[in-house]
Design a protein around this ligand. Structure first.
Ligand SMILES: Nc1ncnc2c1ncn2[C@@H]1O[C@H](COP(=O)(O)OP(=O)(O)OP(=O)(O)O)[C@@H](O)[C@H]1O
Length: 585
């Protein structure tokens, strides 16, 4: 068999086509392509030193060992490459153990300690003065990103230190006070949160002399920030509502052209759709911040696709950072769902909790300001130091209540959704959702008022037969956090989107929060008594029976009088409470 026969046998069935691109020929013995050289070098590892140096890999391809300078360079490159790979692996591992995930190009490495932050010494000292010994995971990753001037969307659990994560880079970047007007703008959904962030900013920037403003008096603000003002202010922390009011003046009562950093705290709330939508206000503010070097960073404990989509389309070089699971509750909170049957059952359950011993401070969430007032009227006579905070109270009243709660003069604070986001009360031991939260996201924020900064907390959520719409999704949040949850809740049917939306927009109608008046409670017994009497009357049918009837009738009418008196008493009690409240206000 000659060579031709062997070739024919070996290529039996193979189809040969003409090479369409004759330029593409097999690469020479040692390719310049890195991949091949890496592969070949791997092969060369198996050879003993100085052993036959030429290996034929494929017909026509061979590995020629490099000599001298060329070889050294190649080895050096390889070492560098391996080093980089190892470093990246280490960084990934560090991110994993801190539950940090990032999406974006060339994301800066997370810092391990405050000393790794590329910031001035005085800020590091201020962090230590605040009692912070180590950065939290979101601070580890977000601070280096913002210090590089990158735009960011950050999502990290409630109470995980997001405020300092955006304040530290801003303080570093702005360096010191200037007369250029506001250079950083921080938007928050409520004034309580704005005040709180201002306090944190003052602590972290101590010694720098920044003028950090919140808009507390709108009349004063109308003249304070106009074009003719001294512009001696640096950082503005406010709600979109107040800011838009100033922007709408003709000419605008505030200039935002020098804003370098725009921070949107509780971003998903500020991008929420609705009747009193923040979204339109956000548009106006973004137009007013017309500095071409402006950078945006958004922070929240929860995430909605709308925000992510907006960021992807509008923020160049965006980095997305997530700590832990998206939209999950902080793992320091022990969560419980408590079935209370009916509205009346809620008061009984609450009083039971008090009887067993509550350890203040406790936050109680209800769905409306009316219900906050109703619950307050009930609890004020239970000997608990209680107060209520809601949008109908003046700002001064709200500030006083928050201060009293922080200082421990109020043990139980009844509040509405107003306090669900961002507000940081140190040491809140227990959150009670008296009314079921309107959405799973609201649940995460409400219960997030407990278990902050690594401390333990508890959350109890009452639910009745009416509260089925979000039960399943909230039950899943409990499960993901490792809390006990009955299996049937997880298997509940998924609700229609329209139902979920309806629930989020308007709270369900609920019976008034009031202890059933004595009159109503006796009513059932009274009926029973009448039945007994009439039965007896029928069986005896005697003159005596008429006497009994008269006697019983008299008793009942006496009782009625008493009941009337009691209901009058209850009414008086309510009037008293109302008077007390209006005096307080
Ligand atoms: N590095 C740190 N070490 C210890 N405590 C910290 C650290 N950073 C912040 N804190 C504290 O943690 C608490 C929660 O911080 P912060 O209010 O910023 O949380 P958050 O993530 O914004 O929460 P939310 O999503 O509810 O708004 C605050 O009391 C703050 O002082």
């Amino acid at each position: 068999m000659d060579a031709y026969d062997v070739f024919k046998k070996l290529t039996k069935g193979a189809i040969f086509r003409k090479n369409k691109n004759p330029k593409q020929t097999l690469k020479p013995a040692v390719s310049e392509d890195n991949n091949i050289s890496v592969k070949t070098s791997k092969v060369s590892k198996f050879l003993n030193n100085g052993e036959t140096s030429q290996i034929t890999l494929l017909s026509g391809m061979s590995h020629e060992p490099k000599t001298g300078k060329k070889r050294k360079l190649l080895d050096e490159n390889e070492i560098q490459k391996k080093k980089r790979l190892l470093e990246q692996e280490e960084i990934n591992h560090y991110r994993n153990i801190n539950n940090i995930s990032v999406v974006g190009r060339h994301v800066p490495n997370p810092a391990r300690a405050f000393r790794d932050f590329n910031i001035d010494e005085d800020i590091k000292q201020n962090l230590i003065k605040c009692g912070y010994t180590e950065p939290t995971p979101i601070q580890k990753q977000a601070v280096p990103i913002m210090l590089q001037g990158r735009q960011m969307l950050a999502c990290a659990p409630t109470g995980s230190g997001k405020t300092a994560a955006f304040l530290v880079p801003i303080i570093q970047e702005l360096k010191g006070p200037q007369k250029q007007g506001f250079r950083a703008l921080i938007l928050c959904p409520t004034r309580e949160l704005a005040n709180q962030s201002q306090r944190e900013c003052m602590k972290l920037s101590e010694g720098r002399g920044f003028r950090i403003h919140t808009i507390s008096k709108i009349k004063k603000a109308l003249t304070q920030y106009g074009p003719k003002s001294s512009k001696k202010y640096d950082i503005l922390i406010t709600t979109p509502n107040r800011l838009c009011y100033l922007l709408k003046q003709d000419p605008p009562a505030i200039q935002l052209s020098n804003v370098e950093w725009l921070i949107i705290d509780e971003a998903d709330k500020l991008f929420e759709d609705g009747t009193r939508s923040f979204r339109d206000q956000m548009k106006e503010i973004l137009v007013a911040c017309d500095n071409s070097n402006k950078k945006i960073a958004m922070f929240s404990a929860t995430y909605t696709p709308i925000v992510a989509k907006w960021c992807v389309h509008n923020m160049k070089g965006l980095v997305r950072v997530t700590v832990g699971q998206k939209n999950a509750a902080a793992d320091t909170i022990d969560q419980e769902l408590l079935f209370v049957g009916t509205e009346q059952g809620k008061l009984l359950a609450f009083r039971d909790l008090v009887r067993l011993g509550l350890s203040p401070p406790v936050l109680v969430f209800v769905q409306s300001k009316e219900r906050a007032q109703q619950l307050f009227n009930e609890l004020i006579y239970d000997g608990i130091n209680v107060d209520a905070i809601h949008a109908d109270r003046t700002q001064t009243q709200r500030d006083n209540t928050v201060r009293s709660f922080r200082e421990g003069r109020i043990w139980v604070l009844i509040c509405t959704e107003l306090m669900a986001r961002g507000v940081d009360f140190k040491g809140v031991n227990l959150v009670i959702n008296y009314d079921f939260p309107p959405t799973a996201i609201s649940y995460v924020h409400r219960i997030g008022r407990a278990g902050r900064a690594g401390r333990k907390g508890k959350a109890i959520t009452f639910f009745t037969t009416e509260d089925t719409v979000n039960l399943r999704s909230i039950a899943h949040i409990l499960k993901e956090s490792g809390c006990d949850v009955p299996e049937y809740m997880l298997k509940l049917k998924k609700n229609r989107k329209s139902e979920v939306k309806k629930m989020a927009k308007s709270a369900p109608k609920r019976d008034e929060i009031i202890t059933i008046p004595l009159y109503d409670r006796i009513k059932g017994g009274k009926k029973k008594k009448f039945m007994e009497i009439s039965k007896r009357m029928k069986s005896k049918n005697t003159k005596d029976s008429t006497d009994v009837k008269k006697k019983q009738g008299k008793k009942v009418s006496d009782q009625k009088k008493k009941i009337n008196f009691k209901t009058k008493e209850t009414k008086k009690k309510t009037i008293k409470v109302k008077k007390k409240l209006s005096n307080k206000q």
